[in-house]
Design a protein around this ligand. Structure first.
Ligand code: MEV
Length: 352
């Protein structure tokens, strides 16, 4: 048996952090993906290759203690074994020797959903195996996607403590989505094509630490941070209105499209300001926002903040020269820049 699974990364367009408190967020899949290759083998081992965390292990007996040298490797192994054991138990998967290689176009620990996209790939892999052992086809229908997202969510809890569930949802379903914790996820069907520049500050941070920091601030100053979180909720709702309205604009969108983008940019700046108030920005993120403004564009941190990534929204008519010029400037200042499209496919399974 041999197959390949892939799942996208994600960005939060509006509403990170507030989403942890049950508020609305808008997120989109990236066309940067994690891929997993599975192969059943004869040797009595489980082989695991994860170049992204520089991990290559052959495990003769996977309950034996495995060596790891850093936190990322530890988390990757914990996620892998959690999913292997959970899916074996819940779905009755029987484990035979195999080799798995997982790689990703996503930077890790940076807010692009690498851990969720990794968990979605592994969950899909083991669910597919379990289906195959029962002679059932994997259809990735609503029921299976729900299972995948749920397993990945449990895995996210091991890695991040109290995640909202937004990352595993976008990495499973793809598209641009409206998300509220505990509610049925709503993909925005027929949403506009959006292009962004992803800007990596190269400042590492932990999602859990950022979430815990805001939690402490909210506990200390509920009358200040309660309304700030409420305001972020309203920003997300306004942005959703704009994204949904664009769908009904005639033809090439014309003036209406231009005005919608201006509104989305304003809402990004307001959201960024509120996140900075929540102390989740970082000087490196603030500099990206200032640079984007110099070019008549808007930027905002995405994910937990404190470093990680920002995104710059490109307008449909932003000239290539502008994209090149701002990219060069950011790179010269030590940032990494990737031009990418939003809203592509969720998890995919390719049988070889
Ligand atoms: C999500 O990418 C970032 C946070 O909102 C945490 C979460 O929703 O789990 C900060």
């Amino acid at each position: 048996m041999e197959f390949r699974v892939s799942a996208p990364g994600k960005i939060v367009l509006y509403g990170e952090h507030a989403v942890v408190y049950g508020k609305t967020a808008v997120a989109a899949s990236l066309d940067l993906r994690t891929t997993l290759e599975f192969k059943e083998i004869e040797d009595q081992i489980v082989g695991l290759s994860m170049p992204k965390v520089r991990l290559q292990v052959n495990i003769p007996n996977y309950v034996e203690k495995i060596g790891y040298t850093n936190l990322q490797q530890k988390l990757a192994l914990e996620a892998f074994f959690y999913l292997l054991i959970a899916i074996s138990q819940v779905e009755g998967l029987s484990v035979r020797p195999f080799r798995i290689a997982i790689d990703s176009a996503l930077a890790i620990s940076s807010g692009l959903g690498s851990s969720a996209s990794f968990a979605v790939c592994i969950a899909t892999c083991f669910l597919h195996l379990s289906n195959a052992q029962k002679n059932e086809l994997s259809s990735l229908d609503a029921n299976e996607l729900e299972k995948i997202s749920r397993f990945a969510f449990s895995c996210e809890k091991i890695m991040h403590g109290t995640p909202s569930g937004i990352d595993n949802s976008v990495c499973t379903y793809g598209s641009i989505i409206e998300f509220r914790r505990g509610e049925t996820l709503e993909p925005i069907l027929g949403a506009m094509q959006m292009r962004v520049l992803l800007v990596d500050t190269r400042v590492q941070r932990s999602t859990k630490a950022q979430v815990d920091k805001l939690e402490a601030l909210k506990r200390r100053y509920p009358s200040i941070f309660g309304p700030v979180i409420e305001a972020i909720d309203n920003v997300s709702k306004e942005a959703l209105e704009v994204i949904k309205t664009v769908r009904s604009l005639p033809g090439d969108g014309g003036e209406g499209l231009h005005s919608s983008y201006q509104q989305l940019m304003t809402l990004m700046e307001v959201n960024q300001g509120l996140l900075a108030t929540c102390q989740t920005s970082h000087p490196s993120l603030d500099r990206i926002c200032a640079e984007a403004k110099n070019y008549g564009l808007a930027a905002k941190l995405t994910g937990a903040g404190g470093g990680g990534y920002a995104y710059i929204l490109l307008l449909p008519d932003t000239p290539t020269e502008t994209i090149t010029s701002i990219s060069k400037k950011l790179i010269a200042n030590g940032y990494l820049v990737t031009l990418t499209n939003l809203g592509g496919a969720g998890v995919e399974l390719h049988t070889l």
